[in-house]
Design a protein around this ligand. Sequence first.
Ligand code: KIV
Ligand code: ZN
Length: 394
Amino acid sequence: MAHTDQIVFFDTTLRDGEQSPGCTMHHTEKIRMAHQLAKLGVDIIEAGFAIASHGDFNSVHAIAKEVHGPRIASLARCKREDIEAAARAVEPAAKNRIHVFLASSDLHLEAKLKITRAQALDQAAESVRLARSFVDDVEFSTEDGTRSDLDFLVQMVTVAVQAGASTINIPDTVGYTTPAEYTQLFRTVRERVAGSENIIFSTHCHDDLGMAVANSLAGVEGGARQIECTINGIGERAGNAALEEIAAALITRHDRYPYTSNIKMTELYPTSKMLGEIISFQCSPNKAVVGKNAFAHESGIHQHGVLANPLTYEIMTPASVGFTGQNIVLGKHSGRRALEHRLAELGHKLTREELDTVYERFTELADRKKSIYDQDIVALLNAHDVEPLATPVA
Ligand code: KIV
Ligand code: ZN
């Protein structure tokens, strides 16, 4: 049934994500990533754009052959050769999809494709029919949907549905829309397209104004049930909606978003790290959910709170998203309690006076040094003018 409480996660890290400068992946890396996406529990992997190159075709084909669980999709323009290549590439998968797209905004039709609206409608219908002659599951995307004339958008979606598309994606291709607008857009299109109750509507948001995740969730409020997103939010220009942020929002704010998904939350961090290794850059430290600092507490007030009860400053536990590192970080804003806690973890139990002495040295050091490591702290204990303080904890 199209309208359920289940959110379908459509991961496009290997297609839209790879379109991001510096994010090119080799064949074996794509396959490794696709296996991890399957482990993460995504429902659909857009494995590439089969017509784009032999390399892309081979990766989509290999993923379709050996990655089990998710549905495997390939992107195709409204061109016979694209659709045929996509069909051949996804053919080995137990569950497959052809994802056909065509621009719906006048700007794209006139400036880029140089076709009329009537020609666009014909191409959309013919292409969806052709794709359906190869596979049962066809998605149609109205590129630049959020900057399209609403009546024409409704017309284009209608012809795609009539031609046999079962998923309709309305992309915010240039990251232009706002949450309220995007919610309303889905409501209107769903109301006005005959047969929309049998269709899964999909979001696909870019992050040009930093609103991709908020817009994706807003789309869900408007009735979308598939979300297209990427790991670490990689993608064209400022990127796509970040999968890990959406998944975490659905769980953490289940009161507001009462939906279910197949995402295994503890695989979020490992998946993010794996992608970072493959593309040779990790996400920024302050990135929500999977950034190095997403669960780091440096100031004394926060550390005191978290040590007393993590809920004071954490809305989800690091472990719940698979984060295994240190979250109490020692720096110039840290307090005695955090230092005492870290020393205890390192096997050193100090008396009150000893702690006072070491804490004073620690603050002097923290004023001079940006990152304080465990060995720095231990060195403070062993400073030449201090009596040995440490009593290792068994
Ligand atoms: O951003 C976009 O419009 C796309 C489509 C091809 C779905 O990536
Ligand atoms: Zn895109």
